[in-house]
Write a protein that binds this ligand. Structure first.
Ligand code: SF4
Length: 217
């Protein structure tokens, strides 16, 4: 299928599709009705495209919004978002262009709550992932991404299958149906994987791959 971006058509239709999809996502309460989420702390996060921006060429898929993203109603609102924008700068995407060129999706769109007794958030259950998958499929249809950044093991496994570890997969890429999938760790300080300078270098190489892809069009 030829994407709107490739055909040179104006981005109004994908924009409209994405905005309409986002409205449906923000109204979604499937997991609340099924008893998986508490509406007082978890609401869907879906950010509309920037005014007058081209169709985003990069789709970023994370695990699920964190508490801060939920409180501020925007994805990657905290320090993890800052690090993410640092990484994208290495790939030639200036910070000020981040929201114009990157669309942020997630395996599930609602804050799943804390994992009892741990620092991190709960990983959404397979049932929640299944309930939310149509929204993610809808984003693919709406924007037709050229590059998909898979951030964190849940997003990586959702698209690339049962990979063993971040070390096994970050720094590699998969090309499928004209889309380049680039696995990345979660940029949060909770990820100890990033404490190893070798791994930071691997992320740098992944961003160099992204830069090459963006420059090739
Ligand atoms: S996680 Fe997804 S499917 Fe579940 S309520 Fe939120 S938006 Fe709906």
């Amino acid at each position: 299928m030829t994407s709107t971006r490739e055909s040179g058509a104006q981005p109004e239709r994908p924009r409209r599709d994405l905005i309409a999809l986002n409205a449906h996502i923000r109204a979604c309460r499937r997991c609340h009705l099924a008893g998986y989420l508490d509406e007082r702390e978890s609401v869907p996060i879906a950010r509309d495209p920037e005014p007058d921006a081209p169709v985003p060429e990069i789709l970023l898929i994370g695990q699920a919004p964190g508490l801060r993203a939920t409180n501020e109603a925007r994805p990657f609102a905290g320090a993890a978002g800052e690090k993410l924008r640092d990484w994208l700068e290495l790939a030639g995407v200036p910070r000020e262009d981040f929201w114009r060129r990157v669309h942020c999706g997630a395996v599930t769109r609602c804050y799943p709550g804390r994992l009892p007794g741990a620092r991190g958030d709960r990983v959404p259950s397979p049932a929640e992932q299944l309930l939310c998958r149509p929204w993610l499929d809808g984003v693919f249809s709406a924007i037709g991404p050229r590059v998909v950044l898979l951030v964190g093991l849940l997003a990586i496994r959702t698209y690339l299958g049962p990979v063993r570890s971040l070390t096994a997969v970050v720094g590699t890429t998969v090309e499928r149906d004209g889309i380049l999938y680039i696995p990345l760790p979660h940029p949060s300080g909770v990820s100890r994987w990033l404490n190893d300078p070798i791994n930071v270098g691997t992320v740098g190489r992944a961003m160099a791959t992204l830069r090459g892809r963006l420059q090739s069009s």
